[in-house]
Design a protein. Sequence first.
Length: 452
Amino acid sequence: MSNKEIFKRISKFTNLAENNNKIDPVLYDKFGVKRGLRNKNGTGVLAGLTEIGNVSGYAMEDGEKIPAHGQLFYRGIDVKDIVDGFQEDERFGFEEICYLLLFGSLPTKSELEEFNEVLGENRDLPDGFTEDMILKAPSSDIMNKLARSVLATYSYDEEPDDTTINNMLRQCIQLIARFPILVAYAFQAKSHYYDDKSLYIHNTTTNLSTAENFLHMLRMDNNFTKSEAELLDLCLVLHAEHGGGNNSAFTTRVVSSSGTDTYSAIAAAIGSLKGPKHGGANNKVRQMMEDIKAHINNWEDKAEIESYLTKILRKEANDGSGLIYGMGHAIYTLSDPRAVMLKKKAHALAIEKDMMKEFRLYEIIEELAPEVFAKVKGSTKDICANVDFYSGFVYSMLQIPPELYTPIFAIARIGGWCAHRIEEFYGANRIIRPAYRSITDYRNYTKIKERA
């Protein structure tokens, strides 16, 4: 039966299902329910403890949020200091970040070299995996294929359910090493079978960084510049971790708390990240920017840009959502440190790629959006550009197709997910089970012959 036929058969039940699944928002306040696990002042409900990552975007005084410039910490170390450190040494940083997140300390030179070797040696997929699991069952969505591939890996693992720390670390390291390959191959399969393009399956390399290896596998001719690889590496570093409260990390912890296997927990996290309210946000920015560029004649005219941003907020332009995508964050107020660092590196590549006109448009929108938001919404809320605002522009400069934006996020975040899985498993060691209050009235059972 086709989807169209199914829709026709169930259409009479649609209103019934919709009406019986609505909850009056007033009831959330009545029973003290914190929707989205958020307090009334916008802060997150404290659900656990972690030593892995921390996000700082404001200070609290007498129960009130005081805006502040954002900071991001991995294992207690300011990410900006880490980035400054490896960029000063002209090194790639993502592998160092993964080591830090997994093991809790920065590696020595020899430890990092050994870790890089282990990652390189574990990039190859199991025999027959590419043909049987990717090429024979391509997907139009790379995130869907990535989740399926992770679940399929269970069948190729000799000890999939062993949850000892040694085995989980082995599984995590293999997943960190293989994610870029799974994404690259899934993209090539999608391009061939869905977009009717030539199929390119490049072998992995052991002596390249994660960013270099991904660009090598993605591009038909394997070629990339050092600055391109450095910028992609920075993207991976900045997306690797963002505290235990973000949706996909929390998903990892919830599923892991049940005692299930690594592949089930990570596949669930991928499903979370796929959502447009989480990992798909950078694509929303890209779509919005394409709309803005199509409707603004002079990309340097602030008055014209402000006028169009006003239309967007009033739901008169773009997708009618009333949102300026990439602006604002649940935690950051005055600045998102990831956006600040990414913008700096993006500026350098924009000069190299002769894309400064477009980069300047982003800058103007970043400058004007808070002012327009205050005028239209009458709000005093502090909003800033978040990491998604510039990441889509960065990927476009790297000639990375939009369908890969969120999968690259997953390639970056797998290290953080694995760290949270291990910490939840061995640190908290209690199944997560919050309460839901039933608000339905009790009813008597009616025999079928007596139902209207």
